[in-house]
Design a protein around this ligand. Structure first.
Ligand SMILES: [Zn+2]
Length: 285
């Protein structure tokens, strides 16, 4: 999307407890954990950096992992940016489903929110509150005739993510294109991998949802919060936030361990992604 660099990616199984680990096969197999501690810079995408090595635009794949209930995987890349595919998480989800999901013996540990945490920056807001499942509510206010103020809320269970969020594509305005290219961004952008907004509509209809824009922000948020390294039990609320606010929330949570506790949930009520996984398993059977 941003570098325009061709890339090959391969997702491999990993032992229980390893989390998501990126591996740069073009750099002697250099490994980088998908954690907030490795967040480098965030503007139009989230990038990780460790010892000067960059892995860019991680949010859509990490979002797909949360949505399909994948806790452990190795992601091999032979370049610095993940593939954008169609701009959504759907192709990743489809490939994960096709490869199949193996349940590992060790119980999943959740990051259970214990105290409210609210961050504000101008008119941007993001917060997380205690809750019994993982839920997200996002509001955007984008000055475009097709968008304006949109709010989308969902609980990530029973396959909600797969139906409601995974297909939502990223978007950009034609009038911002030159400025972004001048910043060295969106070199790989095309009508095939993002919704292109014109002044009054979109250049590449149809939309997959009337409110596809805010749904994509939910997708991004879930992908950025995956950098916590654990599934969340709590309610996340965001208003006009972006990658920087999402990852600021991750950093605060990782720094302040009084905000949450680690917990495993009994088999019969494991939530939220296991429900999605069960829906997946049904599809796979
Ligand atoms: Zn995105």
């Amino acid at each position: 999307m941003h570098s325009g660099a061709p890339v090959n990616m391969r997702i491999l199984p990993a032992p229980a407890g390893s989390g998501i680990v990126f591996r740069r096969v073009d750099l002697d197999g250099f490994e980088m954990e998908a954690t907030g501690r490795n967040v480098a810079r965030v503007s139009y995408a989230t990038s990780l950096m460790k010892k000067g090595v960059l892995i860019s635009t991680t949010e859509h794949l990490l979002s797909a992992f949360i949505g399909t209930g994948i806790d452990n995987a190795i992601v091999e890349l032979d370049n610095l940016e993940l593939p954008i595919l169609d701009g959504s998480a759907q192709p990743f989800v489809a490939l994960i489903q096709k490869a199949g999901i193996r349940k590992q013996r060790r119980p999943r540990t959740y990051l259970k929110i214990a105290r409210n945490l609210e961050l504000r920056e101008g008119d941007k807001f993001i917060a997380v509150y205690p809750g019994q499942s993982y839920s997200v509510s996002y509001t955007i206010n984008f000055p475009h005739p097709l968008i304006g103020k949109e709010t989308f809320a969902l609980d990530l269970e029973d396959g909600n993510y797969l139906r409601e969020i995974a297909p939502a594509r990223t978007f950009g305005a034609r009038e911002d294109e030159q400025a972004m290219r001048n910043m060295g961004l969106i070199r790989g952008a095309s009508r095939e991998n993002c919704i292109v907004l014109s002044k009054s509509g979109i250049e590449n209809p149809p939309l997959r949802f009337d409110d596809e824009f805010v749904r994509h922000k939910v997708l991004d948020l879930i992908g950025d919060l995956a950098l916590l390294g654990k599934q969340i039990l709590g309610a996340v609320v965001a208003d006009r936030a972006g990658h920087a606010m999402h990852t600021a929330l991750v950093s605060r949570l990782l720094r302040d361990k009084t905000l949450w506790e680690e917990t495993t949930v009994e088999e019969e009520n494991i939530r939220p992604a296991p429900a999605a996984t069960r829906a997946l398993e049904r599809q796979l059977v």
